[in-house]
Ligand binder design. Structure first.
Ligand code: ADP
Ligand code: ASP
Ligand code: MG
Length: 818
């Protein structure tokens, strides 16, 4: 004998019931079956809603009842041959009339007792089971003898309405007697419903159809209990919240029990107990993918497998803390505490006690929290009045996350891994408990962090160490576009070789913004962004924060001062910031230091390699030198790719104006070229190198010997600036002539020595390290305690969209490797 249970989605409508019939047909060839069915999907909730509204004197309950009726009548019309429909239709209408009478009663009395509620809420299973058993009878292919038995006649309970306790002795006997007298091949029975020994309708608790099937399986000592649902088994985490979750092929009863107890809804927790004692295996299968293996639950313990089998969570929890020096001296403290809770029927899900015994923390459901506080405060009324114990503190909207695995006890360091993974992602742990069985480590966290916590833990314990990086990109001009191209073409390489899964979650330009939690296709972001919503810097931040994804990275590819002011808001939320925008790092020193401190405090990398020398590894090299104990004494550098391009191309045959224009066209200058030509850009860069070398300096401390004529410096817009270059052509020609007369080249040099810094145009003689600097190259000479006579030199292209994009890319990978 096998017991098959089909859940709500599996019997949601005629089409799904058709699938169920196929499965049952196949299975019935091998063995006798009991088929336990849930209510049609959503019907139990509708019944609860209708009864609640009726008792609250809201006439809307009538509409809900019509909806329930319609669902069932439709199913009958599609499932049953027309000539056999009428009897069943009138039967179902009679049942619905009975339901209506009960609901009318609730409405008239304005009352709903637990006992009445149980009768009403069980109608879903009563209706579904009778329709399904009739459909089987009339299925021509079936050719089998099928029967129907109302579970209320066989499963006997106490009178704890809502979640009644089964009287196993009586129930087992009634079930086995019935099935030995009735030998039909397939018997359909309603799940969830039962009756008390004194004859009232009861139910087994929400999700209780699984339990019905287990009770029958145990009473008949079935060979197998199959739970047919809408997913491919019990997953490593709730598949609705963790996309990467995988079905677990084999799991022990104890592990399955822990997972379901802590929220893996796929199996109702009490289901395991009856079959565990008899060693009846449970198979969880998917009605919509019957060929998938599913999950096999038995008493086998696979010692070779991952020590963590799954992660589950329970939301809507509250933590109650009782504290006070008096706790140590209060006799029978725990007994009184738990008695007070038990007297009010409050279920305690979680307990931790500090070893000093100064405080005790218990987890209960949000809905029980207020009652629990009242009960506890009353139980310790005297001690509270004497200030020996503080009144109980309640924190709501929390969530318990549990790591479950039988073999955890044989592995060290799992809890450490768990806490550090959560800590790195800024998930605050409110309480911790580890069962003595070491089958479970649970933490209590804030409900808003649950998805992030589940996903990071899943990544850490199940995903072959593939780390997901979630990017939010602001600014998609030349450099931004190149960056997108690069991540798109390298995505596969990064996943396979660096175990990084880089996803674009949000993107914005100055007009539009776009978000997709599942990842924006990297090949199609441009078109999609055009159809995106209106850009808004503040709303962008709000969205990034609200998504609260693990390993989030904000990538600033703008040159915008306003955007640079938002970094702190990201860092404070443990979101890494990668930027090529120099404004923040070159702003007041306290702001630069604050960002660095936030980065440290919140464990959020703040990286800006491209602030100096585009993609050249200048800042990274400098950081490593400093970290290894070196000291920078002098820096000499040509840091402006644009000025280098300009002075390398400017000669007696070209006008200064045209060369500057060309540099702009090729993307080597800032959108406003005056920022480059006035030396501000170079000053910012040397300032950043000085600060990264460990010195405190402000931009105004840097001497800026400008080569621009005053008229150009005085302009306040780009066209005027360009006009001033033409008007002052002779000024620039003189600069060039002076250099070439001395066989020198013009280079815009930044220097730092003895605590002083300057930027300005210099005549560089032949033989100098800077003389042969071509095109848009940059060069930096670091003189340090270790590089005394011969400096450490870094040289290469220091401007251009592709190299800048690759520098940003390198920073993103650095975030991934933290
Ligand atoms: P049924 O109606 O078939 O009884 P349920 O809705 O009670 O189905 O349970 C199946 C659902 O449980 C899945 O659709 C899934 O959303 C949820 N679930 C939560 N945690 C897990 C998990 N660890 N593995 C599988 N499913 C889970
Ligand atoms: N129909 C009941 C519920 O929704 C029982 C079940 O489906 O298992 O809770
Ligand atoms: Mg269920």
């Amino acid at each position: 004998m096998k017991i098959l249970k089909f859940g709500g989605t599996s019997v949601a409508d005629a089409a799904n019931i058709g699938r169920v019939l196929d499965i049952v047909k196949n299975k019935s060839k091998e063995s006798r079956l009991v088929v336990v069915v849930s209510a049609l999907s959503g019907v139990t909730d509708l019944l609860l809603k209708a009864s609640g509204e009726a008792s609250a004197k809201d006439e809307n309950y009538k509409e809900i009842s019509r909806l329930i009726e319609q669902k069932h009548l439709e199913a009958i019309k599609e499932l049953i041959p027309v000539n056999h429909q009428s009897a069943l239709l009138s039967h179902v209408k009679r049942v619905i009339n009975h339901l209506d009478t009960l609901l009318d009663g609730c409405f008239l009395l304005g009352e709903l007792s637990a006992r009445t509620s149980d009768t009403i809420v069980g109608f879903g299973e009563i209706l579904s089971s009778c329709i399904i058993s009739e459909a089987m009878k009339h299925d021509i292919d079936f050719g089998l003898e099928t029967g129907f038995k109302d579970s209320r006649e066989l499963i006997k309970t106490n009178s704890s309405f809502g979640k009644a306790a089964v009287n196993f002795e009586l129930t087992n006997k009634m079930i086995s007697d019935y099935f030995s007298e009735n030998q039909q091949r397939v018997t359909v029975m309603p799940g969830f419903v039962a009756s008390s020994t004194d004859g009232n309708n009861t139910t087994l608790g929400r999700g209780g159809s699984d339990y019905t099937a287990a009770i029958i399986a145990a009473a008949l000592n079935a060979t197998e209990l199959e739970i047919w649902t809408d997913v491919n088994g019990m997953f490593t985490a709730n598949p609705k919240l963790v996309k990467q979750a995988q079905p677990i092929e084999k799991i022990s009863y104890q592990e399955a029990m822990e997972l379901s107890h802590f929220g893996a809804k796929v199996l109702y927790p009490p289901t395991i107990q009856p079959v565990l004692n008899l060693n009846i295996p449970i198979l969880i299968k998917n009605t919509f993918e019957p060929e998938a293996f599913g999950t096999y639950i038995s008493n086998e313990n696979n010692l070779q497998s991952n020590p963590i089998k799954g992660i589950s969570h329970m939301d809507k929890m509250a933590l109650l803390t009782l504290e006070g020096s008096g706790i140590i001296g209060v006799s029978g403290f725990s007994k009184r505490l738990f008695e007070a809770l038990s007297n009010h029927g409050i279920n305690v899900v979680f307990i931790t006690q500090a070893s000093s015994e100064h405080s005790i923390c218990i987890g209960v459901q949000n809905s029980d929290a207020d009652m629990a506080k009242t009960a506890i405060d009353l139980a310790f009324e005297i001690e509270i009045a004497q200030h020996r114990i503080d009144p109980c503190i309640v924190e709501k909207n929390l969530c318990i996350v549990a790591l479950v695995g039988e073999n955890m006890r044989n592995h060290q360091g799992l809890s450490g891994k768990m806490f550090s993974t959560l800590g790195k992602n800024n998930v605050n742990i409110r309480a911790i408990a580890q069962g003595a069985s070491e089958r479970n480590i649970s933490v209590v966290i804030n409900e808003k962090d649950v998805q992030k916590a589940l996903n990071t833990l899943h990544e850490r314990f199940f995903e072959d160490n593939i780390k997901q990086l979630n990017l939010f990109v602001m600014g998609v001009g030349n450099v931004g576009e190149k960056f997108m191209e690069q991540i798109s073409s390298q995505k596969r390489y990064l996943k396979e070789n660096m175990k990084l899964n880089v996803r674009l979650i949000g993107v914005s330009n100055s007009r539009k913004m776009l978000f997709d939690e599942d990842g924006i296709p990297l090949k199609d972001w441009k078109n999609m962004l055009e159809d995106g919503e209106k850009a808004d810097k503040e709303r962008f931040i709000e969205r990034v924060k609200a998504l609260n994804l693990r390993n989030s990275v904000f990538v600033d590819i703008t040159a915008n001062a306003e955007i640079s002011k938002t970094y702190a808001q990201y860092l404070e939320k443990n979101i890494a910031v990668v930027t090529c925008n120099k404004i923040a790092c070159a702003s007041e020193f306290h702001n630069y230091r604050n960002l660095k401190n936030l980065s440290r405090k919140y464990n959020a990398p703040f990286l800006f390699e491209t602030n100096v020398g585009a993609g050249l590894p200048i800042i990274d090299t400098l950081k490593r030198m400093i970290a290894s104990g070196d000291k920078v004494n002098k820096i000499q550098a040509v840091l402006s790719g644009s000025l280098n391009f300009i002075f390398n191309n400017f000669n007696e045959n070209a006008s200064f104006h045209d060369v500057v224009k060309e540099a702009g066209v090729q993307g080597f200058t800032e959108p406003d070229p005056k920022i480059d030509l006035s030396g501000v850009d170079v000053a910012r860069k040397i300032l950043i190198l000085i600060r990264e070398s460990g010195y405190e300096m402000e931009i105004n401390d840097i001497e800026n010997k400008s080569f621009l004529p005053q008229a150009s410096l005085d302009t306040d817009n780009v066209p005027d600036f360009f006009s001033s270059l033409t008007a002052n052509a002779s000024h620039f020609d003189t600069l060039y002539k002076e250099a070439s007369d001395k066989d020198c080249r013009l280079k815009y040099v930044a220097q730092f020595e003895n605590g002083k810094a300057s930027v300005g145009l210099q005549l560089i003689p032949k033989g100098h390290d800077f003389y042969n600097l071509e095109g848009k190259d940059n060069i930096v000479l670091f003189y340090t305690d270790r590089y005394v006579d011969q400096p450490l030199i870094i040289k290469g292209a220091g401007a251009g969209a592709a190299v800048t994009a690759s520098g940003i890319f390198a920073d993103v990978i650095r975030v991934g490797n933290v």
